[in-house]
Design a protein around this ligand. Sequence first.
Ligand SMILES: Nc1ncnc2c1ncn2[C@@H]1O[C@H](COP(=O)(O)OP(=O)(O)O)[C@@H](O)[C@H]1O
Ligand SMILES: [Mg+2]
Length: 209
Amino acid sequence: MSTVVGFVSQKGGVGKSTLARALAREAAAGGLAVKIADLDHEQGTSTNWARRRMAAGLEPVVPVEPFRTAADAFKAAEHVDLMIVDGPARASAGTLEIAKGSALVVQPSSTSVDDLEPAVLVFHSLVRAGIPRAKLAVALVRVGTEAEEGFARSYMAEAGYDVLPGALLERPAYRQAQNDGQAVTEVRFKGLSERADALVQAIIDRAGL
Ligand SMILES: Nc1ncnc2c1ncn2[C@@H]1O[C@H](COP(=O)(O)OP(=O)(O)O)[C@@H](O)[C@H]1O
Ligand SMILES: [Mg+2]
């Protein structure tokens, strides 16, 4: 049985690809047959990241394949244990399609109201379309302080959505790691890799993997 985890948002640059890659890396390291479906097929950023990873000779190999539609990605999911759908930005219809086929839908957000508010709207529209709230979770990335994290958690609690335990701090090292084909869980600063690990583990647990 294969599991599909989808990463969605209406805004770009929130951290979908960052978390999709980290989940894929850790699941592959744990022995699962995994693939990232890069639905941002025009930009193909995760596809290009996988090329950088390959060129750097990093293990485990993280397979990434571009797909034009979520339906195409779901079809290919039967060949793996875990299909990770790395969604494009700004596509409401596409977001619903991804959510319908996913066991878990993760929406990354920073802690600012400018990011939290649109994230809530995306989840509201999914719930209105019949997606169960239990399938939806926010992952906090780009956190600056504990106070910011606390604020974001209460904001989302008020809106009625779960926030995964753990959070990524806003750190240049996470960008650098991905420039080099690494996942954020592979960053060489132990505190940062442990934080990324904890967030990825929360996704793994929540997806029932
Ligand atoms: N916690 C973080 N700290 C610093 N930079 C980050 C962090 N998370 C993501 N980034 C960077 O932000 C940019 C956008 O992230 P990305 O995962 O590509 O977003 P999306 O896939 O949602 O468009 C990338 O350059 C990524 O390296
Ligand atoms: Mg992306």
